[in-house]
Design a protein around this ligand. Sequence first.
Ligand code: ADP
Ligand code: MN
Ligand code: MN
Ligand code: MN
Length: 358
Amino acid sequence: MSTVTDFINLNLSAIHDNNKLIAEYIWIGGTGLDLRSKARTLSGPMDDPGKLPKWNYDGTSTGQACGKDTEVILYPQAMFKDPFRRGNNILVLCDAYNPLGDPIYTNRRYYAAKTFGHPDVVAEAPWFGLEQEYTLMEKATKWPLGWPQGGYPRPQGPYYCGVGAEKAFGRDIVDAHYKACLYAGINIGGINAEVMPGQWEFQVGPSVGITAADELWVARYILERVAEIAGVVVSFDPKPVPGDWNGAGAHTNYSTKSMREEGGYEAIQKAIEKLRLRHKDHMAGYGEGNERRLTGDHETANINIFSWGVGKRDVSIRVGRDTVKEGKGYFEDRRPGSNMDPYVVTSMIAETTILWKP
Ligand code: ADP
Ligand code: MN
Ligand code: MN
Ligand code: MN
């Protein structure tokens, strides 16, 4: 008896020998958070995303076009190995343009790429380490995985980095995602169970410039795909359950060349001061609904008050003890919510700290 799995695992090497492969084109849809993708067969070994063909889709079906001209053009920007189809098959991260060649209004990558292409920014080689927190939800109830139906688990405490059937829920999904990201070629640094049960984190980076955001988007895509197979829903809501439960963030760890070199702590102080002056602007770009998360409780700072500290977690910006001790290193912007757009957050941080002259 054959199963669907037999065919999913069909060996495509004869097709690869003919230089054919499957390319899954990925893009961001109209909400700015929904991921979309579709596949096509390409000829020839693919090693450079710049040589991949452009493609198009119907923008009315993704909430990204109205009126007569609904065609949106996909420009390939980054390429990864496809952990689902394997072999020579690839994932292709794209951004989106109208037929005249202008970026469509949801294309935040375009502007981020401008910032990261600026010679002053290139010279500072900005590194980002992105901590992506997320919550796994039962598909039928949209209630966190492992929680009693319509009720609550025991209070927070035992779940952070917890092990055991009453503490860790969804580990196979998390681990499958971790391995799939490594296979794809994403610079994923690790995973851990979070403070709220059913909530997890993975880290991308440190990666240079726009690469960090590209990798985070593809890691999110792979997570959605793995969870789809498991029949579980991924929530990037910054406060998935109101009340005495931790929210979900996307702490953004950051350093420039100046910060990593001798005397770097001074560069870090200057950058933090600039971030303080632009606190309101940054909060506007750090994710929808983040005010439900940044209350001042649950390891957050109040959304309206900029603060920073060494080794503290109830602050906007945390500097690690190692950085202070060594006089150089990096800092952590704890404000971004889990649903932030990494193109917006990383490019804002680079713009404010490197390009902006107050
Ligand atoms: P936390 O203690 O806040 O949970 P994590 O270990 O989850 O920290 O994440 C720390 C992140 O910082 C990692 O993604 C790591 O790659 C990143 N990182 C380490 N060094 C640097 C650096 N010099 N510049 C930017 N990011 C860095
Ligand atoms: Mn972390
Ligand atoms: Mn965390
Ligand atoms: Mn953190």
